[in-house]
Design a protein around this ligand. Structure first.
Ligand code: GDP
Ligand code: MG
Length: 162
């Protein structure tokens, strides 16, 4: 089984940067796996000899008014065809209402997700992640996608679950 990992979160939290870091490409390679729809951005990634697929999504703004429609679109499809959901948040902005709305919606869909606190470069990691425990998860990953910091460890831990 090749695990499929979806990246979700508000615009600008760093989903595409993480996608590029994981696939090491500027352009997504389209994974040739049956059953995956092609209107989202798929990339093949590898950790050591372990392949996995990453799905980038356009982002959900988290505005209460628009969130249903957005969740019903590509992000929801990505979530549903994934084995694991990485919910990215921005350490520089801190926790906001849109993140909380998104977490509620993911819970309503009964989809397990991991919170990934991105952009921790130059920040005190413990302070930076502290806020986000309010999202109600036990395990948070802290990364700097643009530097690759924390990324390998996170993927290692994720893949160990499959
Ligand atoms: P997306 O909308 O969620 O796909 O976000 P992008 O990947 O396009 O990134 C949005 C902005 O955040 C860009 O200017 C990135 O360079 C920046 N960014 C992404 N990851 C990091 C990070 O780890 N540290 C910092 N400082 N900036 C980052
Ligand atoms: Mg993007």
């Amino acid at each position: 089984m090749i695990p499929v990992i979806a990246l979700v979160g508000r615009p600008n939290v760093g989903k595409s940067t993480l996608f590029n870091q994981l696939t090491r490409s500027r352009d997504a390679l389209v994974a040739n796996l049956s059953g995956l729809t092609r209107d989202r951005k798929y990339g093949e990634a590898r950790l050591g000899s372990r392949p996995f697929v990453v799905i980038d999504t356009g982002g959900i703004s988290g505005d209460e008014s628009g969130i249903e429609a957005q969740m019903a679109g590509q992000s929801l499809l990505a979530i549903e065809e994934s084995d694991a959901v990485l919910f990215l948040v921005d350490a520089r902005e801190g926790l906001n209402a849109a993140d909380e709305a998104l977490a509620r919606h993911l819970r309503q869909r009964n989809k397990a997700f991991h919170v990934v606190v991105n952009k921790i470069d130059g920040l005190n990691e413990e302070v930076a992640v502290g806020d986000f425990y309010a999202l109600g998860v036990e395990r948070l990953f802290a990364i700097a996608a643009s530097h690759g910091r924390g990324v390998r460890q996170m993927v290692d831990e994720l893949l160990a679950g499959f």
